[in-house]
Design a binder for this molecule. Structure first.
Ligand SMILES: *Cc1c(COP(=O)(O)O)cnc(C)c1O
Length: 390
């Protein structure tokens, strides 16, 4: 039995070696602090869970859902886009589609638009799916480095003309995982203009749209006038409402983008359980107070980590959004050296920056998904091990 060639092209799992070391330490009884995964550790807010209970008890949710999402769900998503971002003119029938979380929709967009010989423009470091889905679709990716000196934004002027001409998709994600980088509406305007010039579908992965602190509110790319001519935006309820296990999101924007994605999806999946769609409608109605309760948990952890790292000499600022802190490694270490040191000396698991792309070398990522005491314990262990930023 042979695997398909496409599987051989998928890069090896970069955390395999770390996982092996972790298992070895666990078997020796070491108390591991896992700051690796971006998976919220708190429960889904109760008004959402209650809507789900009601939905399950109603037998009319038990059959196949409409492929593109129920009318109510698409309408609720469009209304939420208007309330949250002032994006008014979304047609719920042609410009909104439900998704099984956003990972599925991200992948299927590659299948809808990329073929052999086509390029995708993806950020480096970035969410690994952009790279692997390019491979699955048979295309080539061009890495746009996200550098601290450019505020973790892609440098559009450095993209070679011949690559831009062959590109079908341009992927961005702000607030950004893993760098914590933010984009302003002006930054989005430049990207919209670039994609219009080269006729590239601009894909904005907005998984962290609500995960922001210090009263910062991330904008939508669809707020840029004319963005709908060229852009689609991927929304996910996973991170904002502690709903990673529920698998629901939506994509909104350019009708042709939505149509292509829908055509792939009608042939691959059969939509999202209607009870989950009802729960998601309840999530859209989450009050600002309720949302701030969820966010304050991460904000407190962020403050513990940032203050702790500063006390150990790290030159970092508190990120205004996402579940992560993107931290430079001390001089003389590679990302892999340093995360290995943290694991062996302190029992702390964090992914190395180069796991998200070559330009992530020199960084590691801390996920704010462990309780305050564990965050404090992590800093204490680093201090006791004599680890500091030099
Ligand atoms: C978590 C994450 C996603 C996917 O989340 P889903 O649970 O599939 O909605 C997409 N993009 C980024 C950048 C993420 O961090």
């Amino acid at each position: 039995m042979e695997f398909a060639k496409r599987l051989e092209k998928i890069p090896p799992y970069l955390f395999a070696e770390i996982d092996r070391k972790r298992d070895e330490l666990v078997s020796r009884g070491v108390d591991i602090i896992n700051l690796g995964v971006g998976d919220p550790d708190k429960p889904t807010p109760s008004h959402i869970v209650e809507a789900m209970h009601k939905g399950i008890d109603d037998p009319s949710t038990h059959n196949y859902p409409p492929y593109q999402g129920t009318k109510e769900y698409r309408q609720a998503a469009a209304s939420w886009m208007e309330r949250r971002f002032g994006v008014k003119d979304l047609n719920p029938n042609t410009e909104v589609i439900s998704s099984i979380g956003s990972k599925e929709a991200i992948h299927n967009t590659f299948l809808a638009f990329v073929e052999s010989g086509d390029y995708t423009l993806i950020s480096d470091p970035g969410y690994p799916v952009y790279r692997t889905s390019t491979i699955f679709a048979g295309g080539e990716s061009y890495n746009m480095p996200l550098l601290a000196k450019n505020n973790f934004l892609p440098d559009l002027d450095s993209i070679p003309e011949e690559i831009a001409r062959k590109a079908k998709l341009f992927w961005i994600n702000y607030p950004n995982n893993p760098t914590g980088g933010l984009a302003t509406l002006e930054d989005f305007e430049k990207m919209v203009a670039f994609c219009k010039k080269y006729d590239i579908l601009l894909c904005h992965d907005h998984a962290y749209s609500e995960m922001a602190f210090d009263s910062y509110k991330p904008p939508s790319v669809l707020q840029v006038p004319g963005a709908k001519d060229i852009a689609i935006e991927f929304h996910s309820l996973s991170k904002s409402y502690n709903m990673t296990g529920w698998r629901i999101g939506f994509v909104a924007g350019n009708a042709k983008g939505i149509k292509g994605l829908g055509q792939v999806k009608t042939n691959l999946d059969s939509g999202v359980f209607k009870a989950i769609q009802r729960a998601a409608i309840a999530a859209f109605d989450t009050t600002e107070d309720e949302l701030q309760k969820v966010m304050s948990v991460y904000q407190r952890r962020r403050d513990i980590i940032v203050a702790g790292l500063k006390s150990l000499g790290w030159p970092i600022e508190a990120p205004k959004a996402t579940l992560y802190v993107w931290v430079p490694v001390p001089t003389g270490y590679t990302s892999t050296d340093f995360v290995t040191l943290l694991l062996e000396k302190c029992g702390i698991i964090v992914p190395p920056g180069n796991g998200y792309g070559a330009a992530g070398e020199g960084f590691f990522r801390i996920a704010l998904t462990a309780p305050d005491e564990r965050m404090e314990e992590a800093i204490k262990r680093m201090k006791e091990a004599g680890i500091c930023y030099k």
